[in-house]
Ligand binder design. Structure first.
Ligand code: SF4
Ligand code: F3S
Ligand code: FES
Length: 254
């Protein structure tokens, strides 16, 4: 126990390029990687750029990569590393660097905007429908998302494939489509919006080959692949090859 000096290697630079810079920095009992980044700012690198807000794993701002693994800086305890280990901190790889550890995550906001929001049935009055607990639970799991975009950064479909970005929404937003499609009151289909078809045709659901890397990095432990992506694929296939299934679902929901 007690304080010790750690060896940090931090990526510094901007859109034009950069490289890893070495630091020796003090570490105290109970600290997380974000504490050490803050100590670097306070003592050795006052212009080191890092994005953070809550330091409690809830705002999703401090996403980066530690020893090549996508993680939240504020939720990664220093105690998981050996005291002599070099700890390398780099910005998320799938998004363009702004400066140092800060990336431009606007890809994700673009994708979010492409998904039409929940459409309540026009004729339904307040209190006229009671949600089943099963439906509540399912959407509550998806709603734990803190929009850290670590899953988006990790998915191999876009991680090293900039060219796939226009046609692939990524796990976080395919999950959003799944949530809306599973919602018993989403009236989008009655209004001519087939979410399953758009997931396939416009948001690249077919690019996901269920490798589950997204699920592995999710700090909220949301079962993105098992509970959102695979069910959405199954629903989309039903729809594609058997229009009667879709029609049946449509009639049953009335
Ligand atoms: Fe982050 Fe998980 Fe949400 Fe993806 S689903 S953005 S990993 S919280
Ligand atoms: Fe990508 Fe997750 Fe599918 S990592 S390939 S979205 S299961
Ligand atoms: Fe908010 Fe890390 S600072 S999640």
């Amino acid at each position: 126990s007690g304080a010790y000096l750690a060896h940090f290697r931090v990526w510094r630079g901007d859109a034009d390029g950069g490289g890893l810079e070495d630091f020796r920095v003090e570490v105290h009992e109970g600290e997380v990687v974000l504490d050490i980044i803050h100590r670097l700012q306070a003592t050795q690198a006052s212009d080191l750029a890092v994005r953070w807000n809550c330091k409690a794993g809830k705002c999703g701002s401090c996403s980066a990569e530690i020893n090549g693994r996508p993680r939240l800086l504020c939720m990664t305890r220093m105690s998981v590393f050996g005291r002599t280990e070099t700890i390398t901190v780099t910005p998320m790889r799938a998004f363009p660097v702004i400066r140092d550890l800060v990336t431009d995550v606007s890809f994700n906001y673009t994708k979010a905007r492409e998904i039409p929001s929940f459409v309540p049935p026009a004729e339904l009055g307040p209190g006229e429908y009671r949600m089943q607990q099963e439906d509540v639970n399912r959407s509550q799991e998806f709603r734990k998302c803190i929009e850290c975009f670590l899953c988006q950064n990790t998915c191999h479909v876009v991680r090293d494939h900039e060219e796939n970005k226009p046609v692939f929404a990524g796990p976080r937003f395919l999950m959003r489509i799944a949530e809306l499609d599973m919602h018993p009151l989403d009236a989008a289909p009655d209004n001519g919006l087939d979410r399953r078809r758009t997931a396939q045709d416009d948001h690249g659901l077919g690019y996901c080959n269920i490798t589950k890397c997204c699920t592995e990095v999710c700090p909220e432990n949301i079962k993105i692949t098992d509970n959102a992506l695979i069910p959405l694929k199954e629903r989309a296939v039903d729809r594609k090859y058997d229009p009667l299934v879709w029609l049946g679902n449509k009639i049953r929901r009335r």
